[in-house]
Design a protein around this ligand. Structure first.
Ligand SMILES: [Zn+2]
Ligand SMILES: [Zn+2]
Length: 472
C-alpha cells in the first residue's frame, strides 16, 4: 500500500511506499525522513462517491426490490482496522506418523522453520456482527492517506477503536501452523514471532443509512468503496450523540531533514534501511520520536595484513543475554553448554568467564532458513571477535541495517528454538519454559569475503550463500 501525501517542500501530491523509511519527492527531488514510522500511525481510505450519490443509488435499488423507502439519516462512518505487516517466523516441533508394512504405525520427530510475509487487517472496533472482518487483498492495491479529520469529512463519524495494540499483537501471533501433508503430522511445540512488523490503524469508509419503510426503521450499511451492502450493526443515534473525535489517535506523519546531525551532509538514500550510516563522517543514526539518535557500533577487522576494502561488511546485533527458566539462570558459556552440549571438550573455567552472546543478523533476509542456519551456527559456537571503533568505515561496502534492535530480541528468541535438536525432548522442554533477558547490546559489523556463491566470515570461516540476503 502506498501512502498519499503532500510533499512538504513543493506541495505536490506524491506517494510514499509503505515500507520506506526515507521519502524522496519525484517532482522536486528533496529527500526527507518521515518520522514516527516505527510507531503506530493512522491512515484512512477516502470513499468513492458522495453520501448523496450512494444514497440515491441505494433508494433506486431498494424501490425495485421492496418498494418505496425513505432515508431518514445518512452518515459516512469510518471504521478502524488494524493492519499488521511483517515477516512471520514459526518453529514447529512434532511427530510425523507413518504406516508400517504390517499395518501398524511408526513415527519420527520433525522440526521445521517457516518464514512468510505476513500481511493482514482485522477490525479494531466492536465488529462482532459485522461481515467485513478483513479488508483483504483489495486494500493492497489502494492508496491510503494519513489520518486527517478535515479530509475525511467534517460530518463523518468515526467508530472508536476498542481493540488496543496489545490485542492486535496477540491476534497477529495467533496464526496456526498450516497443515501440510498433514493429518499425519502432530505439532507438539510451536513458536511464532513476527519480525520487522509495523502496525497501523486504517480507517475504512462505510455509508450508513437509517431507512424507513411503512413506519419501520432499519439500518443499511454500504461499503464505501465497492458500494456493496454489508451486514453489520451500529446505532447512528448513539454515535451522533457522542462527541466527535477530533484528536488524531496515535502518531501523525512528520518530516525531518535527511541529513547527518553530526556533519550536516546528506545521508545516503537507502529507503529500506532502519539505521542510516553517514558516509561522510561514519556515524550511524536511527529515528526515534522525531529525532535522529546516534547508534554506536563496532567493527570486527579481518586478520592482519588484510585490506578492509576487500571485504563486505554485514551488520549483526550482538545481544548479551541471560536465559531464564523457572529452575535456573543460564548466564555464562558453561551454563550455556550445559543446556546445548557441544561434542568437543572445552575448558570449563574459561567458559565461566564468558557471557552468552547471540549474533542476530540485522541485514535484509531473502532466505530465512539459510540465514537461520548461519545464525544458529554462530550461536552454538559462540565465537569471540576483536572489535574496534573505526572511522575508516565510511569508505567500505556495508550492508544496510534492516532489523531494529527491538526486533533483534524476537529473533534471539527464535534462535533459541533453532538450537534445539529435533529429538532432544529435555532441551525442548527447557527452551519452552525459557525467556531471554537482555543484558547488553551492540551493533557489530562483521567482515565477509566473497568466494564464489558464498560469503565467508573472515574470522570463523562460517559461510552463507550470497543470494540468501539482500545486498543491493
Ligand atoms: Zn516535492
Ligand atoms: Zn556525518
Amino acid at each position: 500500500m502506498d501512502i498519499v501525501l503532500k510533499c512538504p517542500q513543493c506541495a505536490a501530491e506524491v506517494s510514499l511506499e509503505e515500507d520506506a523509511s526515507v521519502f524522496r519527492c519525484e517532482y522536486c527531488e528533496s529527500t526527507l525522513m518521515p518520522t514516527g514510522r516505527n510507531e503506530v500511525q493512522s491512515f484512512f481510505f477516502p470513499p468513492k462517491g458522495t453520501r448523496e450519490q450512494v444514497g440515491k443509488a441505494l433508494l433506486k435499488a431498494l424501490a425495485k426490490k421492496i418498494g418505496p423507502v425513505r432515508i431518514e439519516k445518512a452518515y459516512l462512518v469510518y471504521a478502524p482496522y488494524w493492519r499488521v505487516k511483517g515477516l512471520l517466523f514459526q518453529h514447529a516441533f512434532g511427530r510425523k506418523y507413518e504406516n508400517t508394512l504390517y499395518g501398524g504405525t511408526s513415527y519420527d520427530y520433525f522440526k521445521k522453520l517457516r518464514a512468510v510475509a505476513y500481511n493482514r487487517t482485522f477490525p479494531a472496533f466492536a465488529a462482532k456482527q459485522w461481515e467485513v472482518f478483513s479488508l483483504g487483498l483489495r486494500a493492497e492495491a489502494m492508496k491510503m492517506w494519513p489520518y486527517n479529520k478535515e479530509k475525511m469529512g467534517k460530518e463523518s463519524l468515526v467508530l472508536e477503536e476498542n481493540v488496543p495494540l496489545e490485542g492486535a499483537v496477540k491476534m497477529a501471533l495467533q496464526t496456526p501452523y498450516p497443515a501440510g501433508s498433514a493429518d499425519r503430522e502432530k505439532i507438539e511445540l510451536l513458536k511464532t514471532e513476527l519480525i520487522g512488523e509495523r502496525y497501523s490503524l486504517v480507517y475504512f469508509p462505510f455509508y450508513c443509512f437509517s431507512i424507513i419503510q411503512g413506519g419501520k426503521k432499519s439500518l443499511l450499511i454500504v461499503d464505501g468503496l465497492s458500494h456493496k451492502v454489508v451486514k453489520g450493526s451500529l446505532s447512528l443515534d448513539e454515535l451522533e450523540k457522542e462527541p466527535r473525535r477530533e484528536t488524531v489517535p496515535y502518531r501523525p506523519l512528520h518530516f525531518i531533514p535527511f541529513k547527518c546531525p553530526n556533519c550536516g551532509w546528506d545521508l545516503p538514500y537507502r529507503p529500506k534501511a532502519r539505521v542510516h550510516l553517514c558516509r561522510t563522517c561514519g556515524r550511524a543514526w536511527q529515528e526515534k520520536a522525531g529525532h535522529f539518535q546516534e547508534v554506536p557500533y563496532r567493527v570486527v577487522l579481518p586478520g592482519e595484513g588484510q585490506r578492509m576494502e576487500s571485504f563486505t561488511y554485514l551488520p549483526f546485533w550482538r545481544l548479551t543475554v541471560t536465559i531464564m527458566t523457572p529452575e535456573r539462570k543460564y548466564r555464562n558459556l558453561k551454563d550455556f553448554y550445559d543446556l546445548f552440549p557441544l561434542p568437543r571438550v572445552m575448558d570449563k573455567e574459561m567458559l565461566k568467564e564468558r557471557r552468552i552472546q547471540f549474533m542476530v543478523p540485522a541485514f535484509r533476509i531473502r532466505n530465512a532458513a539459510a540465514v537461520d542456519k548461519f545464525a544458529t551456527q554462530m550461536a552454538r559456537n559462540q565465537p569471540e571477535f576483536e572489535e574496534t571503533e573505526t572511522e575508516e568505515f565510511r569508505e567500505i561496502r556495508a550492508a544496510d541495517v534492516w532489523l531494529p534492535l527491538g526486533e533483534a530480541m524476537e529473533m534471539a528468541n527464535l534462535l533459541l528454538y533453532s538450537m534445539v535438536p529435533k529429538r532432544a525432548k529435555m532441551i525442548r522442554k527447557t527452551v519452552k519454559e525459557a525467556s531471554l533477558r537482555l543484558d547488553e547490546k551492540a551493533l557489530v559489523w562483521l567482515p565477509f569475503l566473497e568466494k564464489g556463491i558464498f560469503l565467508r566470515e573472515a574470522n570463523t570461516d562460517f559461510a552463507i550463500q550470497k543470494n540468501c540476503l539482500e545486498l543491493d
